[in-house]
Design a protein around this ligand. Structure first.
Ligand code: F6R
Length: 601
C-alpha cells in the first residue's frame, strides 16, 4: 500500500528510482512521483495513473540529480490527481509517505493559523508543511524532522529530502515497513527489499518508532526515544528470476503455473520427506485463525482440517473485526495469523491485540522478514516465493499446505492420528503437485468456459464442507480481477435466500469432488437446474459422470481422495478468474482500486 524508494547515488537517480518503483508498483498504482536534489536544488515530477505515465513525464521534463526519493500511491485521502500525488513539497522539503496520518485535520488547522495552507487533499502534505514550519524557524533538517515525528499520529513510513542537501535523506518508520539498503558509497531506502534488489542485497530493517539520518557514508538510526539504535545489517537472498514474468503474459498466469513446483519444494524443504512443523499442541484447547481476504479463506479451510483431523476446536476471524468485538481468548489457545505479505495492517494489529492473551502466536507468512513474522512467537514460512500479481494464487495454496501440515501436527500431538494415518495423509499431500500439473493442463478448456463467463453480470459459486471457503475464494478471485459481481455460498444455504437470484443468465459454479458430501451438493445443484440455472460443475471423473448431465459445462479434475482436495480445487477457480479477466481485457496483475500489500486499517 504505497511504495517508497530513496537513493543517494553516484549516478543520475531518476532512472534508478523509476526502476525501483516498478518493483513496488504492486503496492499501488493510482499515481507516482519522484523528487531529486541537483546541485542543491530540490525539484519533483508527478503523474496520475500507472508508472508509465511518470516515465513519459520524465521524457518530456527530465529531472537531474544524484539524490532522490520516489513514490507509487494507493489513494487514501484525496482522489488520484497530480496535486495529490507524492512527493509533497513545502518550501525546502519534499516528503513521500505510506500509511495514514490520523491527526491531519488538527495539524491542518494549526498550520493554516500559521499561514501554511495545503494545496492537496492529502494527509501527507501536513508532514511536509509541519517540517517546513520548523525549517522556517531556523531548525536544521534533522532537528526539524526530529520535532515533526512525535507530532504525527497514526501509521507511517516516511522519507524526506531537502533543498540544499545533496547528501541527506531522512527516513522514519511507525507501523509501515521500511528497509535501508547499503551500497558502495551509495545508500538506498525502500518499502521492501524487493525494490532494492537490483541495487543491493545488504539490508537493515528499521524497527517500530525508528528514524534514520542517511548520507552516502551510512545511516545513523535513532529509536523512538531518540537514542542511537544499533540495527543489524542482513544479507537478503532474493531470487531475481522469480520477479520476472518468464515468458508469461501476466504474473498471475506465471504464479498459477508455478504452484506444483512451489508445493513440491515446500514439501521437501525439511529434507526428502515432508516434516511436520515444530509446534507442540499438547494442552492446547483451541486455535483462532485470523487473516484478511484470501488468506482468511485459507484459514476457513484449515478450520475444517483442525476439527476433523485433530479434534481441535477452531475459529476463524476476519482481522479487521477481530479486535473490535471483544473476542474471548484463552491462555490455552493458539492464535494463528495468516498473511502473504506479513504486513497487512489489520492482521498485524490483531496479532498485537492477541499476543498477551493466548499461549502462543503463530505466523503463517510468505515474507519471513515481515512485521507479522517478526512479532510472532513461531514463524511458519509458506515458501511460495515472491508473489507479484495482486490477486493471490500460489500464496493461497502454499498457505493451505502449511496449515494442513499444522493440522496434522495437532492431530499427532492430540493422539488423533496414528503413524499409519499420518503416512497416508502425507502421501496425499505429496501427490498434490502431480495432480496440480494435470489440472493446469485444463487451461485451454477453462479459457473456453471463461469466454462465456466474461459476458455474465453476476456469478454464484457453491461448495459444501471445506469446498465452501473455496466457493468464497473463487468468487473473490473473479470479482477482483474481472469486475464481475460474484458471491460464494454454502450449497445448503442457497435455498434460504440466494436461490432467488437463479436465472438463466447467472452462471452457477459448483465445486463438488466425489466425496462424502457429493450427493448433498448435487441435490442443491439440481435445485438450481430445476430453476433454469446455468451450472458449471467442477468435479472428478466419477462426479462428472454421475451428475454432469444437463449442466451447462463440466470440468473434470483428477481424483483427489482425502481431505486436501481444496488445495487442488483452488486451481480451476484461479484459472476461471484469470481467463475471464483476459477475455474482458481488464488489468489482470493490477486490478483497479486494489493494492498488494494493505498497510492501512
Ligand atoms: C485477494 C488477495 C487479498 C489478500 C489480503 C490479505 O486475491 O490477495 O484478499 O489475501 O489482502 O493479504 P495478506 O495475505 O498479504 O495479509
Amino acid at each position: 500500500m504505497c511504495g517508497i524508494v530513496g537513493v543517494l547515488g553516484s549516478h543520475e537517480v531518476a532512472p534508478l528510482l523509476v526502476e525501483a518503483l516498478k518493483r513496488l508498483e504492486y503496492r499501488g498504482y493510482d499515481s507516482a512521483g519522484i523528487a531529486t536534489v541537483n546541485a542543491g536544488v530540490l525539484d519533483r515530477r508527478r503523474a496520475v495513473g500507472k508508472l508509465v505515465n511518470l516515465s513519459d513525464e520524465l521524457v518530456h521534463n527530465p529531472l537531474a540529480g544524484k539524490s532522490g526519493i520516489g513514490h507509487t500511491r494507493w489513494a487514501t485521502h484525496g482522489a488520484a490527481t497530480t496535486v495529490n500525488a507524492h512527493p509533497h513539497r513545502s518550501g525546502g522539503v519534499a516528503v513521500v509517505h505510506n500509511g495514514i496520518i490520523e491527526n491531519f485535520r488538527e495539524l491542518r488547522e494549526e498550520l493554516a493559523a500559521a499561514g501554511l495552507v495545503p494545496e492537496s487533499q492529502t494527509d501527507t502534505e501536513m508532514v511536509a508543511l509541519l517540517t517546513r514550519h520548523y525549517l522556517d524557524q531556523g531548525l536544521s533538517p534533522v532537528e526539524a524532522v526530529r520535532k515533526t515525528l512525535p507530532r504525527l499520529h497514526g501509521a507511517f513510513a516516511l522519507a524526506f529530502l531537502f533543498d540544499g542537501e545533496d547528501d541527506l535523506m531522512i527516513a522514519a518508520r511507525k507501523g509501515s515497513p521500511l528497509a535501508i539498503g547499503h551500497g558502495d558509497g551509495e545508500m538506498y531506502l525502500g518499502s521492501d527489499a524487493i525494490a532494492l534488489a537490483p541495487m543491493t542485497d545488504r539490508i537493515t530493517y528499521l524497527e517500530e518508532g525508528d528514524w534514520a539520518v542517511i548520507t552516502r557514508a551510512g545511516a545513523v538510526i535513532h529509536d523512538e526515544a531518540g537514542r542511537l539504535a544499533n540495527r543489524a545489517e542482513q544479507r537478503i537472498a532474493l531470487d531475481q528470476t522469480r520477479i520476472e514474468k518468464a515468458g508469461y503474459r501476466h504474473f498471475m498466469a506465471k504464479e498459477i503455473a508455478e504452484q506444483p513446483v512451489v508445493l513440491a519444494e515446500a514439501l521437501r524443504s525439511g529434507g526428502l520427506a515432508p516434516t511436520l512443523p515444530d509446534v507442540d499442541f499438547t494442552g492446547v484447547d483451541r486455535v483462532v485463525l485470523v487473516a484478511c481476504g484470501t488468506a482468511s479463506y485459507a484459514g476457513h479451510v484449515a478450520k475444517y482440517w483442525f476439527e476433523s483431523l485433530a479434534g481441535l476446536a477452531a475459529e476463524v476471524d476476519i482481522a479487521s473485526e477481530f479486535r473490535y468485538r471483544d473476542p474471548v481468548l484463552s491462555e490455552k489457545s493458539f492464535a494463528i495469523f495468516v498473511s502473504q505479505s506479513g504486513e497487512t495492517a489489520d492482521t498485524l494489529a490483531a496479532l498485537r491485540y492477541a499476543k498477551e492473551k493466548v499461549a502462543k502466536v503463530l505466523a503463517v507468512v510468505n515474507v519471513p522478514t515481515s512485521s507479522i513474522a517478526r512479532e510472532a512467537d513461531v514463524v511458519l514460512p509458506i515458501r511460495a516465493g515472491v508473489e507479484v500479481g495482486v490477486a493471490s494464487t500460489k500464496a493461497f495454496t502454499a498457505q493451505l499446505l502449511t496449515l494442513a501440515l499444522l493440522a496434522l501436527k495437532a492431530g499427532v500431538d492430540r493422539g488423533r492420528i496414528s503413524p499409519e494415518a499420518l503416512a497416508q495423509r502425507l502421501a496425499e499431500l505429496q501427490a498434490l503437485p502431480g495432480l496440480m500439473n494435470h489440472t493446469l493442463s485444463l487451461g485451454p478448456r477453462i479459457a473456453e468456459v471463461a469466454e462465456e463467463l466474461s459476458r455474465a453480470q453476476d456469478v454464484l459459486f457453491l461448495g459444501r464442507g471445506a469446498m465452501f471457503p473455496l466457493a468464497l475464494e473463487g468468487a473473490l478471485k473473479l470479482k477482483e480481477i474481472s469486475y464481475i459481481h460474484a458471491e460464494g455460498y454454502a450449497s445448503g444455504e442457497l435455498k434460504h435466500g440466494p436461490i432467488a437470484l437463479i436465472a438463466p443468465e447467472v452462471p452457477v459454479i459448483v465445486l463438488a469432488p466425489r466425496d462424502g458430501l457429493f450427493d448433498k451438493t448435487v441435490s442443491n445443484m439440481q435445485e438450481v437446474m430445476a430453476r433454469h440455472g446455468k451450472v458449471l460443475l467442477i468435479s472428478d471423473a466419477k462426479g462428472v459422470h454421475e451428475a454432469g448431465k444437463g449442466t451447462w459445462a463440466t470440468l473434470t479434475l483428477p481424483d483427489c481422495p482425502g481431505p486436501f482436495a481444496p488445495i487442488l480445487y483452488a486451481l480451476p477457480a484461479q484459472l476461471l478468474a484469470y481467463h475471464t479477466a483476459v477475455a474482458k481485457g481488464t488489468d489482470v496483475d493490477q486490478p483497479r482500486n486494489l493494492a498488494k500489500s494493505v498497510t492501512v486499517e
